[in-house]
Write a protein that binds this ligand. Structure first.
Ligand SMILES: Nc1ncnc2c1ncn2[C@@H]1O[C@H](COP(=O)(O)OP(=O)(O)OP(=O)(O)O)[C@@H](O)[C@H]1O
Ligand SMILES: [Mg+2]
Length: 389
């Protein structure tokens, strides 16, 4: 079987063997195989002797079962059924953003205050459904796992989103929203407090606050105010915290893998992401080109295959008898070959655009497996494929 790539080849096994690499982040646009790649890479690293934890986000149900994730929550547990003969191990966890947020609050305040925060409706919606919270919490979890010092490699899956860039942007956007002028204005009464507040309350501001309170409802406004005041006293600014966590990714021990399928939109997203990492001086290891259909079966091109098929058995010709005649069967196989060949040529064309724009980005190819990847064997063969096997 041949798999053609035009760029330089990403040596996945060298990456996994590099003990200086302590974090691998799998990013990419929606549905390209981030979760599967993170799991496959984690398993391969563990079976080669590293002590690994994989943070997965919303894995498909059967994959979750294969990683024993259906029986645990927000903390890592060892995956059973892996080969530990090289001295490594694989732990896995499923990120629960609400619980990670709750734990973060608990670790910074006493139980009573934490309870007040937990029952705050604004906190409840922020921690469970706000855009950006999942990305923010994935970074928090990464920090926690490194602090625990039980693993020498943390592999991080990233949340499903249309754009790969959301992973880098969402937390800061969330931070800017929470630390922004609008919110500051809303929270001014609690911040300034007492008489100072009365003094600074100009007629304009009071009008604004009352308009907002009419729009949002006074109760919600109060919730936002009390939550943010409590939160800020624990951590300082949200945005500051997001920025700190992200700058830790430049520490030289982190490596980004951008995952894409050989399709135009996914590769375009990957391309934006690669540019952005470069601008932000974040370390990229390479592109994982996932679900590639390699071409098999020699040099017979799709046009010629269709010509031959038509000569043998024109499409639509009536069938002779109940049994499918050998000529018809051969023609059908030639048509199947033509369709497969056409697909892999299309994939190669899409990929070559990316490699032309980014000739220096190493590429690892993972072939499309026959079915979904939902068990350890499937992950193992995906890992082997990625490593060039
Ligand atoms: N190389 C492959 N061959 C066959 N199936 C694959 C391959 N890679 C991933 N899949 C399948 O594709 C589907 C999507 O994969 P996955 O959940 O890993 O994508 P994702 O990028 O994490 O998606 P989301 O953005 O929704 O989180 C899954 O059903 C998975 O089993
Ligand atoms: Mg996923």
């Amino acid at each position: 079987m041949t798999t053609k790539t035009t760029g330089t080849v990403l040596d996945v096994d060298s990456l996994l063997a590099d003990r200086n690499v302590r974090t691998i982040l799998c990013c990419g646009s929606g549905g390209v195989g981030k979760t599967t790649t993170a799991a496959a890479i984690g398993l391969r690293a563990a079976e080669q002797g590293r002590t690994v934890v994989v943070i997965t986000i919303d894995p498909a149900r059967r994959l979750a079962q294969a990683l024993d994730l259906d029986r645990l929550g927000n903390t890592p547990l060892e995956v059973t059924g892996t080969d530990t003969s090289a001295g490594g191990r694989l732990d896995a966890m499923m990120l629960d953003m609400k619980r990670t947020f709750d734990d973060l609050v608990l670790s910074h305040t006493d139980t009573e205050r934490a309870e007040q925060i937990f029952s705050n409706p604004f906190y409840q919606s922020l921690s469970s459904s706000f855009a950006g919270t999942q990305e923010y919490m994935a970074m928090e979890k990464l920090g926690q796992l490194h602090q625990a010092a039980r693993w020498d490699l943390v592999v991080v899956d990233t949340p499903p989103s249309r754009s790969a860039l959301d992973f880098l942007d969402a937390p800061t956007r969330l931070g800017s929203f929470l630390d922004g002028r609008f919110i500051r204005l809303l929270t001014a009464p609690t911040r300034a407090g007492g008489r100072a507040y009365v003094r600074m309350l100009s007629a304009g501001m009071s009008m604004l606050t009352s308009t907002v309170s009419k729009l949002l409802g006074a109760a919600l406004l109060r919730d936002v105010q009390t939550f943010l005041a409590a939160f800020e006293s624990m951590f300082g600014g949200f945005r500051e915290r997001a920025e700190q966590t992200y700058s830790a990714l430049k520490d030289g021990q982190t490596s980004f893998l951008v995952v894409a399928t050989p399709e135009r939109d996914a590769l375009r997203e990957a391309s934006f992401f690669v540019d952005r990492l470069e601008t932000d001086q974040m370390p990229l290891s390479g592109l994982v080109l996932n679900r590639v259909h390699p071409h098999r079966g020699g040099s017979l091109g799709p046009e010629r295959a269709l010509e031959l098929a038509d000569e043998l058995w024109p499409e639509g010709r009536r069938r002779e008898g109940v049994e499918v005649a050998p000529r018809e069967m051969t023609a059908n196989l030639l048509r199947l070959h033509a369709a497969n060949r056409e697909r892999s040529l299309h994939e190669e064309r899409q990929t070559s655009r990316f490699t032309a724009e980014h000739p220096d980005v190493p590429v690892a190819v993972a072939v499309a497996q026959a079915g979904d990847v939902h068990d350890l064997d499937g992950l193992r063969s995906l890992g082997a494929s990625l490593a060039g096997g």
